[in-house]
Design a protein around this ligand. Structure first.
Ligand code: AMP
Ligand code: GLY
Length: 421
């Protein structure tokens, strides 16, 4: 098979790596890819949001499967257009991608499907926002309805803070993404990501993971795209993850079907393990980043036939064999991240770190300048190590990360521990 992966992050590097290792794979391509991906496959300089150029590339390469990494091309309908011209694609339609693209739409789906989630109100004016905040007792979470690259969520301690957040978002601090707000009950507990390969009503869970979202140790400071991950999520058994797919993913898939929407791709549930059980925080319609970098190295069987089954509409319920133990992924970010980032800073030690047993260094924001690997974005590298348990994986990931350096490099020292994400 000839496979094209759309995207350029650590997630896509992990996907390209497992696809390239499949006995079914003849060639793997990426668009646009990155220097790490270029070591495993062929990269093509096509932006992820240039839908026409992505389609032309898939056609020219005569690929047998396109795997779409990020949400933007999904929301723009890349999967629909590829399907329309008969190219098998792993990734949901634009209609199904609304599960990630609109929080208000998703709240409505959750309610209809009877899936446990925070009580919420969708509002479009400050007066409505004030009313919702009052009804929730002040301690609540204010969210922009649209896509906001992780910046659209404000977790508030009291009514004054919530009103300030609502005023800013409604005032256009994030542009159109904040025209509608979702204001919801604030929940407490550790977080968990459960990703499943889905097609219609069928779902195959991937091993669970925890994402460490804040820039600072102990879950402090601003939200980021994710500073690291561990799989499995501490204290979560495979049986529990399977149970979540039965009580969360499958009812959502059925509710979508009732509304005429066939979901095909990776459905990612972000949950909070509250005192009353797992409750949904959000859904994404794609593989998580950095969860994917921790989850895929734990697979004990070939992922490609499952991706293809989703694309061809032949997926059946089941499970994937996993490698026992755990994997920890530590993200190395550039100075200033998540507020700003630096580019062009030389990076050393990537090859040395990657030579360690059970270690993989996935590249994200990197480029080649004058024959040297340099930084090119906020999240630069994702260093993954497998171990017999979480502690062993953590020690191995940090030992590998210690071999890598670049000026201004930032990392959290508590990835994989029980600390807050
Ligand atoms: P989201 O993009 O909706 O997942 O929100 C980003 C982060 O905000 C989550 O990972 C949680 O840490 C936090 N968060 C979102 N909704 C809630 C909630 N209802 N209660 C507590 N924390 C929340
Ligand atoms: N790790 C969070 C995300 O991929 O959205």
């Amino acid at each position: 098979m000839r496979v094209l992966v759309v995207g350029s992050g650590g997630r896509e590097h992990a996907l390209v790596s497992v696809i390239a290792a499949s006995p079914l794979c003849l060639e793997v391509h990426a668009a646009p890819g990155n220097p790490g991906i270029a070591l495993v496959g062929k990269c093509h300089p096509v932006a992820v949001d240039d839908i026409e150029a992505q389609i032309a590339l898939a056609r020219d390469l005569k690929v047998d499967l396109v795997v779409i990494g990020p949400e933007v091309p999904l929301v723009l309908g890349l999967a629909d257009q590829l399907r329309h011209i008969g190219i098998p694609v792993f990734g949901p339609s634009a209609a199904a991608a609304r599960v990630e693209g609109s929080k208000a739409f998703t709240k409505d789906l959750l309610e209809s499907a009877g899936i446990d989630t925070a009580k919420a109100f969708a509002v479009t004016s400050f007066a409505e926002a004030q009313d919702a905040i009052r009804q929730l007792g002040g301690r609540c979470v204010v969210k922009a309805d649209g896509l906001a690259a992780g910046k659209g969520v404000v977790v508030c301690d009291d009514a004054a803070e919530a009103e300030r957040a609502a005023e800013e978002l409604l005032g256009g601090s994030l542009g159109g993404a904040g025209a509608t707000l979702v204001i919801e009950e604030r929940m407490d507990g550790p977080e968990l990501s459960v990703l499943a390969l889905c097609d219609g009503e069928a779902a195959v869970p991937l091993p669970s993971a925890r994402d460490y979202k804040r820039i600072g140790e102990g879950g402090t400071g601003p939200n980021t795209g994710g500073m690291g991950a561990i799989s499995p999520a501490p204290g979560v058994s495979d049986e529990q993850a399977q149970q979540i797919v039965e009580t969360v993913h499958k009812p959502l898939l059925r509710e979508l079907l009732k509304r005429g929407i066939h979901f095909s791709g990776c459905l990612y549930a972000g949950l909070m393990l509250t005192a009353t059980g797992p409750r949904v925080l959000e859904f994404n319609v794609r593989f998580g980043d950095p969860e994917t970098e921790a989850v895929l190295p734990r697979l004990g069987e070939d992922l490609l036939p499952f991706l293809l089954a989703c694309a061809n509409g032949t997926l059946v319920d089941g499970t994937l064999r996993t490698i026992p133990g755990a994997a920890v992924t530590v993200v190395l970010a550039s100075r200033g991240y998540p507020i700003s980032s630096e580019s062009g800073t030389p990076i050393s030690g990537v090859a040395e770190a990657g030579r360690e047993r059970d270690v993989a260094v996935f590249q994200a924001g990197t480029a080649i300048a004058g024959g040297q690997l340099v930084t090119a974005g906020g999240r630069v590298l994702a260093v993954t190590a497998r171990g017999a348990d979480g502690e062993a994986a953590q020690a191995a990931a940090y030992a590998a990360a210690a071999k890598i350096s670049f000026d201004g490099m930032q990392l959290r020292r508590d990835i994989g521990s029980d600390a807050q994400g």
